[in-house]
Design a protein around this ligand. Structure first.
Ligand code: NAP
Length: 526
């Protein structure tokens, strides 16, 4: 497996030096440039070439037999694993994330490609439905058959905080490829070397499978031009993005302003409220405080599911929790952040809160130059209700403890908060009535509801939802993690009255692919 980096763009089968601005990767821990290689941004012509190749590849790729598409995904996984130590070392240098985390992320990346391969083999995502002709009915009905096909080429923006599992071959790419959609990736400039290594592995898998070259391309840019041009290119039919609210909304705006608007699935901003129910708080407040600090500071707080708000009811148990949590946060080590820009944004966000007259700083973790210092802050629910900016996401190892005077105030906060990826309940059996009463409210606000755990750590599986109402995502009907992520890149097609021999195999009477289907409103019996 080649692990020599060149800094080149990967456009279809070609590797090409970009003619745009030059940039280098930055070593996150030392904030110094990594000498080799020098990367060059793409130009408009490169975007056009990658998108045209993707468009050319679309029909041949989406009509591949399922087994071939599944084998391609499996091969991508194997080739990423085969990159071995150089991939981990490069990702550690570029992201500042520790080895164990990146090794776990590599496994997650490979596993999610294999999970999508299994989904492709099963045919379940095709969602085949057949309504046979009813010639005797008045008026007579002709035969109707439904399935789902890929939407077309997809633009993927790699996320800074998951350089493997949500980047070049991450969840967005895997789900788009599984749907039969070619992918053009805009690499995140925070980890270009990691991106090139993974990109070359995918490029080689495309060639080894004999697929049309445009199934995958990887473009670099240190600014916004390439990403903007990609979203505006007529061949691109959908966008997957994870990052800031400003970035996501900018892409949503560009996509909506196209002469033919396209969907943008942007995962943006969430503070993941945790609710301390009175029974649980009384029974195990000290443990909860310790786990809260651990979850908030995990990975230097650089998770979209970081518990940014902790809500509880005023009283002695709440005060004890605040004291215990403050002790834990004070003991947190200073952490390396992904990029100097993300550190600056964190310091700015914390500075704004610390200086706010209604905010109490309960604890700061250890400080070190060029490192993020953990922070635990406290506000009253009434002040939060008066100024929603106190509850805005500050990406990093910080959280805000919110004291609610009573249940009515807790409900008021839940009614006023924005859409979230997750809401967590810390509750014991004694809290059952309150939990049941709150559920209808919190279901409206989040994509994933948890009990007695912490939201950091997102399982990749059939039942996961990593999405939620705006602004946690730009489209709350979707998830970006788990097999349901494929639905973002599929669209339904109905065939009315087509002869059996003209239909795709999955829709034919004999069901030669043995896919699960609904027939006349019921699961089909084989
Ligand atoms: P970002 O600034 O939103 O950038 C993500 C990607 O989108 C990058 O490739 C970026 O290119 C591109 N981009 C951003 N704005 C764009 C625009 N207007 N037009 C075209 N392309 C655009 O996110 P980030 O660099 O990962 O981190 C910055 C902040 O995002 C963090 O401090 C944090 O607040 C937030 N964040 C949130 C999550 C989450 O899951 N909620 C995850 C990661 C980051 P360039 O880098 O070249 O600008």
């Amino acid at each position: 497996m080649t692990t020599t980096l060149t800094g080149e763009l990967l456009i279809g089968a070609q590797a090409k030096r970009g003619e745009g601005a030059a940039f280098q990767a930055i070593d996150a821990a030392s904030n110094t440039p990594i000498a080799q290689p020098v990367f060059h941004g793409a130009r408009q012509g490169d975007v056009e070439r990658a998108c045209e190749l993707a468009d050319d590849a679309f029909d041949a790729y989406r009509t591949l037999p399922a087994e071939q598409r599944a084998q391609f995904l499996d091969d991508c996984a194997a080739r990423i694993e085969a990159l071995g130590e150089p991939l981990i070392e490069r990702a550690m240098a570029e992201s500042g994330l520790p080895r164990a985390r990146l090794e776990g992320e590599r496994a997650r990346t490979a596993n999610q490609l294999r999970m999508f391969a299994m989904l492709v083999r099963s045919g379940d995502a095709l969602d085949v439905r057949i309504e046979p002709a009813l010639p005797e009915r008045q008026p007579p009905r002709t035969d109707l058959r439904f399935w789902r096909i890929g939407v077309g080429p997809v633009a993927v923006f790699g996320a800074s905080n998951f350089p493997l599992a949500f980047s070049v071959a991450g969840g967005d790419t895997a789900s788009a490829l599984a749907a039969g959609c070619p992918v053009v990736v805009k690499a995140h400039p925070a980890h270009p070397g990691t991106s090139e290594l993974v990109g070359r592995a995918i490029q080689q898998a495309v060639a080894a499978a004999g697929l049309p070259e445009g199934v995958f391309s990887l473009l670099f840019d240190a600014g916004h031009e390439v990403g903007s041009a990609l979203v505006q290119h007529p061949a691109i039919r959908a966008v997957g993005f994870t990052g800031s609210r400003a970035g996501g909304l900018a892409l949503v705006k560009l996509a909506a302003a196209r002469s033919e608007p396209i969907p943008v699935y942007a995962e943006m901003s969430s503070v993941n409220p945790n609710l301390l129910m009175p029974g649980a708080l009384a029974a195990r407040g000290e443990t909860l405080a310790r786990d809260y600090a651990a979850s908030t500071t995990l990975g230097c707080g650089q998770f979209c599911t970081n518990p940014g708000l902790m809500l509880g009811l005023a009283g002695a148990d709440f005060e004890a929790f605040a004291t215990n949590a403050a002790r834990e946060f004070s003991a947190a080590a200073a952490g390396v952040m992904l990029t100097p820009g993300i550190l600056r944004a964190y310091e700015h966000g914390i500075g704004r809160l610390v200086e706010h007259p209604k905010v109490t700083t309960l604890a700061r973790g250890a400080a070190a130059p060029g490192r993020a210092q953990a922070a635990l802050l406290r506000v009253s629910a009434s002040d939060l209700l008066a100024d929603a900016s106190l509850g805005e996401e500050v990406f990093g190892p910080s959280s805000v403890l919110v004291e609610c005077a009573d249940e009515a105030e807790l409900r008021a906060v839940l009614r006023h908060i924005e859409g979230q990826l997750t809401i967590t309940l810390h509750a014991d059996a004694a809290d059952g009535d309150l939990v049941r009463a709150l559920l209808p409210l919190i279901e409206r606000k989040a994509g994933r509801l948890l009990a007695n755990g912490f939201p950091t750590g997102v399982e990749v599986c059939d039942a996961m939802v990593h999405g939620g109402p705006f602004p946690s995502t730009s489209d709350g009907r979707s998830t970006s993690v788990g097999t349901a992520a494929i639905e973002r890149f599929l669209r339904p097609v109905c065939y009315q009255n087509l002869a059996d021999g003209w239909l795709p195999d999955a829709l034919r009477d004999a069901n030669p692919l043995h896919v699960k289907r609904r027939f006349a409103g019921r699961p089909e019996v084989a």
